[in-house]
Design a protein around this ligand. Structure first.
Ligand code: NAG
Ligand code: NAG
Ligand code: NAG
Ligand code: NAG
Ligand code: NAG
Ligand code: FE2
Length: 530
């Protein structure tokens, strides 16, 4: 047993700067880690010479608070843990550390007291103005629909162990529910709070339950969460400074940006560390012009925002497994559902210019990020290969809508040109969007916005949901009236999110939930004869 522990300790030693900190901490530093470990993975570098420490106290017990209080560990202490599905037998585990981990590792197992397996990687990455490194490790060889406990290396075994449940196998018809948010920003004094400066709107009422709080209160009812673009709204640092909402200067932009972003990741940690959190890009995940806010010049763009740099480093979607690209587009299956996550901002292929591409409508220069028509090739191949006997439901999620009650210049017609026919050709059941900050449900639509005569009763075209009311510094957008004939429901005065329940192969229910009260504002059940 001691040998096994030493094996782990060797891995730990590598996770520190080699030969330095660990030696300095031993033997007082006694991490409480599993007693029985599998053999050292063959792909690990061998342990540093002479690094096998003695443990005078015998096999490790939980470290004393004093040991965990050792300030030297703070540089490697995990925070902001986040998960993403990787098939039904894997999970991507990511977390942040102030310093780079030479050997990111995750201990995991089926009970919290016996984390008897270890997975490692060499991915600990950052960019020049970030205050953290993003560490990414893949756990493989898991059982489907099974609960696991995990601890990022050097985490506190009392406070930092989290658990997740792996995905239902494709074809498993167990009903389940997911939560869907879009346009969700930092809450509190750096973002949306109960007071706003002139020029902003929709403050929270005092004590109002936010979307993040409501999701956290109800998290055990969700299989996983999707965030349909615009994550944190840290680019609002500029507007918040100019309006005097936060202290700071324009010169401190990159630091303020990081502060708001990290605050968001911390607020989300209870959710993202326990539920797979699948993301896709929105304009605020790049787009340095902060929606054209005054006082902007390109020279003040934080490095995180150029070409989706921070966004792509922070998350780890299963793009390599599904033929996607970084965190821009990917697909995954859970039980009865195939999820296709697409990018409306860049890389529309076919000579089209996305809103955030060079020359696009945003005036930004953040894409394309791939050459040729990589995204469209991916989507064509992905949608053509869906096995509807296993995953009868096909859900597409992308940031910008082309159908909604809004001024026509807000509709993403170039996105419609790129994606609409393809989605109809492949019988996509539901399209999830954000971008406009309110809640809207449109009836199923055929190409060109023709109302599907079948409505919710076995339509051919997809139903379109706009779920952009999660909340951020800038509040909500008023929906333009009169509403289009296809618009079935609008609420533009409450913060909220979507709840999507897959009952079986033929019935799906979409609900808008008020974050403030938890009540259902709208419910629609789609019947499809799959
Ligand atoms: C950060 O890196 C980018 C390129 O990745 C560079 O353009 C920029 O000047 C750097 N900024 C600082 C503050 O070093
Ligand atoms: C922003 O620009 C306005 C003029 O457009 C100026 O009065 C104001 O001081 C600027 N704010 C900051 C924080 O530089
Ligand atoms: C800005 O800083 C001043 C002085 O430190 C402080 O009194 C004030 O509360 C701060 N304002 C905000 C919005 O943080
Ligand atoms: C949104 O829903 C609330 C609660 O039902 C209602 O009071 C409000 O009028 C609605 N706002 C709309 C329809 O914009
Ligand atoms: C599918 O679920 C719906 C909604 O719960 C239910 O009405 C329907 O009978 C179910 N169909 C089958 C075949 O179980
Ligand atoms: Fe947006």
């Amino acid at each position: 047993m001691l040998t096994n522990f030493r094996t782990l300790y060797a891995a730990l030693a590598l996770a520190f700067a080699l030969g330095g900190t660990v030696q300095a901490l031993a033997p007082g530093f006694k991490p409480s880690l599993p007693f029985s470990l599998p053999p050292i993975p063959s792909n690990l570098p061998s342990s540093p010479t002479g690094s096998t420490p003695a443990f005078p106290g015998g096999l490790p017990v939980l470290p004393s608070p004093a040991q965990w209080a050792d300030a030297r560990l703070n540089d490697y202490r995990p925070s902001k843990a986040r998960l993403a599905y990787r098939g039904d037998q894997g999970m991507a585990v990511s977390w942040s550390t102030p310093k780079q981990l030479p050997l990111p590792a995750v201990l995991f197992g089926k009970t919290p007291s016996l984390l008897d397996r270890i997975a490692t990687s060499t991915t600990s990455i950052t960019y020049n103005t970030s205050t953290y490194y993003s560490n990414h490790v893949i756990l493989d060889g898991l059982e489907p629909n099974s609960k696991y406990y995990y601890l990022p290396i050097l985490g506190d075994p009392v406070k930092d162990v989290r658990s997740f449940t792996t995905a239902y196998t494709p074809g498993d018809t167990t009903p389940y529910t997911i939560a869907v948010v879009a346009d969700l920003g930092t809450m509190g004094s750096l973002g949306l709070s109960d007071h706003v400066p002139p020029g902003a709107a929709n403050p929270l009422t005092t004590g109002e339950i936010t979307t993040i709080q409501r999701l956290t209160m109800t998290q055990t009812t969700y299989d996983h969460i999707m965030h349909v673009g615009d994550i944190a709204y840290a680019d609002y640092w500029l507007k918040e400074v100019v309006l005097g909402y936060i202290n700071g200067s324009i010169a401190a932009g990159p630091q303020l940006y990081e502060q708001i972003n990290e605050e968001f990741y911390d607020e989300m940690e209870p959710l993202t560390s326990s539920l797979p959190y699948h993301v896709l890009p929105g304009n605020h995940d790049s787009n340095c012009d902060n929606s054209g806010y005054k006082n902007y010049t390109e020279s003040i763009c934080p490095p995180a925002l150029t070409h989706f740099t921070g966004y792509n480093q922070h998350w780890n979607m299963p793009s390599d497994l599904s033929g996607g690209f970084k965190n821009m587009f990917h697909s995954y299956d859970v039980g009865m559902v195939h999820y296709v996550v697409y990018d409306t901002e860049t890389d529309l292929g076919g000579g089209l210019v996305g809103p955030e591409d060079a020359g696009g409508s945003s005036g930004a220069n953040d894409g394309p990020l791939t050459s040729g028509s990589a995204q469209m090739d991916f989507l064509r191949k992905d949608l053509a290969s869906v096995d509807r006997t296993k995953t009868p439901w096909v859900i597409a999620a992308g940031h910008r809508p082309w159908y909604m009650a809004a001024k026509s210049s807000s509709l993403c017609t170039v996105c419609q040109t790129a994606f609409e026919q393809l989605f109809n050709d492949h019988g996509v059941d539901l399209v999830l969007n954000g971008h406009q900050h309110n809640m809207q449900r449109q009836t199923p639509l055929l190409p060109g916005g023709v109302i599907d005569p079948n409505g919710l009763n076995n339509p051919k075209g997809p139903m379109y949901i706009l779920t952009g009311a999660a909340g951020h510094f800038d509040g909500l957008d008023a929906a333009k009236t009169p509403f289009p004939a296809y618009t079935q429901f609008v609420n533009d005065t409450l913060y909220g999110f979507s709840r999507l329940t897959f009952h079986n192969r033929t019935h799906l229910t979409h609900e808008f939930v008020s974050s403030k009260t938890g009540s259902v504002l709208d419910s629609a059940t789609l019947y499809k004869q799959h």
